[in-house]
Design a binder for this molecule. Sequence first.
Ligand code: ARG
Ligand code: ZN
Length: 479
Amino acid sequence: MRIRPTVRTAAALVAAASLVAVAGPASAAPGAPGTPRYTDGSTSGGDPYFPAAGNGGYDVQHYDLGLSWYADGRLDGTAVVSLRATQDLASFSLDLRGLTASSVLVDGKPARFTQLPPGPDGRGGELVVTVAPKLKAGTDHRVTVVYSGYPGQPLDNTGAQYGWVTFADGVLVANEAEGAPTWFPVNDVPTDKATYDFRITVPEGKTAIANGEPVGAPVTSGGRTTWTWSADDPMASYLATASIGDYAATTQTGPDGLPILNYVETGLSPSRAATTAASLALQPQMIAFFEGLLGEYPFSSFGAIVDEDSVGYALETQTRPVYSGVAGQTTVAHELAHQWVGNSVSPTTWADIWLNEGFATYLQWRWSESRRAGYLAQQYARVAAIPAGDEFWTVSLTDPGAENLFAEAVYDRGAAFLVALQRTIGDAAFGELLRTWVRDNANGNVTTADLLALAEEVSRQQLDDLFRDWLTEADKPAV
Ligand code: ARG
Ligand code: ZN
């Protein structure tokens, strides 16, 4: 098991502090040379589509989430956020929406805080913490937030359910794009990846499933059961889950002994249960197939959460995708492919969403092609037949707009573009592009410009026209 970034020695802390002291003038401002100037960290992470999401001035290393859920929908939380200041801070904020904080400690000492409600558009919600003593750039801190509330069924900017979605028999948690603040205080941008621990206490008889792997067996006392999970691979906040239901567990083993842990709600109809079982049975084969295209599976486990309740979509929650009602074969292939493209290699901003959805759709087509020759060409031909002028062609894939994050074009035009790119540079160069993209950007964040640069390098061809034609221009490309 890897050593957590939160486990730091005193020596490392002293070393980090002395680094900052040496860097003095760079982080200091007007005033005496080398004197820090403490400012308020931004309440924006800078995403063009969701400016209220994320924050400035620090980088989170680890979230330790103690969550207690009650059948009436109440959620009590104690979050310990381990962060490193990246500027001299007099205050900083965490995203938190629809939940009320009752206490905030910084390094064990009570801190002053205020909560700013969501804006008129329903986005945002900030917990602003004033720190004394102030935080010096480069230093590590532990922020403990105690909070509580009734999340209900939060809605995203398009009216879809997301975040901590409460149902009569449990909770389905799917945060994309900026729904994580509906259940924990967070720096909710895809660029601030962190490790996570979860302790989820639920009414006895319910099962709570999160990312990563279980730590020990669940512990029951006084009619409530605590489920503990640890996710040691860096993870973007939109990929965190802690779903609660009446799940039956099954396990499989993937390539090289990879643990696959599946949780399927016991109340599925016989036909949905059969479809789900048939799809999940293919997971070890699918992992081996994608490893052949992309290189080794990037995380320490995989599996599924299939909930009887529905938010209307599936999500590639890290190591353990959630499915609404049923897990179909192509959906399982899609959410698995996302573990490499989306989860390990993540977008820098939400405007880059096609890098997630176009790649996962292309890879899902490749899986289907491996089962039925001709499938990929069929999909390309289907896309190519969509008439010019259709919205499918007019939305920009490099700037689709917040309301179009999950538009058909983002998925299918993105995937068809990758087919066109493959045909242009050839199978060998395209195969190298896929493997290099995933290897060089593992646990990182990317942009479309990064993809263009790598594609040109690998193929030794100029490709900016092809990229512009397919991704940016608001008309149908030469197909
Ligand atoms: N990223 C998910 C997938 O492609 C889809 C999320 C859809 N979200 C939504 N609010 N409609 O598997
Ligand atoms: Zn997807």
